[in-house]
Design a protein around this ligand. Structure first.
Ligand code: AHG
Ligand code: MN
Ligand code: MN
Length: 334
């Protein structure tokens, strides 16, 4: 039984014991990801200092180029993951193509899909940001990867989760046996189980959407948000909460209950299907929320059932408490 206070490493090992066929490959991969996140967390905590030492992406006072934080996060994850020998490919939000594994490293059967730093436009103003990850397994023989090997629906994820760099750093992850939250203690260099078996409320009063785009929404989306805000006897007054950092908005709603929405936006012809990416943002959070008793949809389909057509595919995204998501489906079904 997982016990509050156990480290994430102990938790991973406990999960392995329940699966005698496990080789340790997955545990090694997850540990490498945790190590990378610790490094990113410490760098994010120091981000404010780049203001006085030179802001990211420009030359600092020592005349060196300061790396952009999302590039730093991506490189850190790649570096720690390739050396495990357990991945055969990686896909990052920041890189257009599949990231191959250099020949000098052995390849394993896992595929890591990730958003290295979500909400990164908020770094300069000290708002919570995060890293989102999704782990898939290559099907079929061999370790050479084609795009088809990567384009798997979210239902096939073997694990998924995120790290949030907030007032404390946390990791929330699932392997399909509940969603569990760990809080980082920098002095110990460890994540400790603080939120075992997370359950999201059946219904919540929070709705999170960028309402600045209201006039660019399709009519049924406008009607949905109008409905949410219409006072009705017996219904709680809703609260609008939108940080603009998906991980942070999602994390809050997971515990407090409610609904996060990023619909299609007719304003931007480049993003007719919304902004958020199916494989590296929506699928992992959809897996977490389902394990916590919540749901995720694009308005018509369960997010986890969508067969991706391309690695950076964007989808409308509605995620949260099951009752709130039901209302979305009512409004957006046709
Ligand atoms: P990223 O920083 O990884 O590019 O993601 C940004 C995303 C997401 O975190 C957030 O939910 C969304 O952008 C906010 O977009 P708007 O500013 O259009 O509301
Ligand atoms: Mn993102
Ligand atoms: Mn990002």
């Amino acid at each position: 039984m997982p016990q509050r206070g156990m480290t994430v490493t102990e938790h991973i090992i406990l999960g392995m014991r329940a699966h005698p066929e496990a080789t340790g490959a997955f545990a090694q991969l997850l540990s490498a990801l945790v190590t990378a996140a610790k490094i990113i967390s410490s760098e994010v905590n120091r981000a404010g200092l780049t203001d006085i030492l030179g802001s990211a992406g420009v030359i600092n006072v020592q005349g060196e180029e300061v790396q952009k934080m999302d590039e730093f996060a991506e490189k850190t994850i790649i570096r720690h993951l390739v050396r495990t020998g357990q991945v055969c490919a990686m896909v990052s939000e920041e890189t257009a193509d599949i990231i191959p594994i250099p020949d000098r490293y052995p390849k394993g059967k896992y595929i890591l899909v990730f958003d290295p730093l979500d909400g990164s436009s908020n770094i300069d103003v000290n708002v919570s940001i995060g890293t989102i990850f999704s782990i898939l397994k290559k099907e079929g023989p061999g370790n050479d990867v084609t795009i088809q090997d990567v384009l798997q629906p979210g239902r096939k994820q073997v694990a998924a989760g995120y790290f949030i760099y907030g007032s404390s750093t946390m990791m929330v992850y699932t392997t399909g046996e509940g969603a569990h939250g760990f809080t980082y203690m920098p002095e110990a260099g460890e994540f400790f189980l603080s939120h075992p078996d997370i359950r999201t409320p059946e219904e919540g009063k929070i709705y999170s959407v960028n309402e600045g785009y209201y006039n660019y929404w399709e009519d049924n989306m406008k009607e949905l948000v109008d409905y949410i805000k219409t006072p009705e006897p017996g219904r709680r007054t809703p609260s609008d909460r939108y940080i603009g950092s998906l991980v942070a908005d999602f994390h809050r709603n997971l515990f407090k209950g409610g609904l996060f929405m990023y619909p299609s936006n007719l304003r931007d012809p480049k993003m007719p299907t919304g902004k958020l990416r199916l494989m590296c943002e929506c699928n992992p959070l959809a897996f977490v929320v389902e394990q916590a008793g919540g749901r995720a949809t694009d308005g018509k389909r369960n997010i986890l059932d969508i067969e991706p057509q391309e690695i950076h595919q964007r989808v409308p995204f509605f995620i949260g408490s099951p009752r709130n998501v039901e209302i979305v489906e009512e409004f957006l079904k046709d």
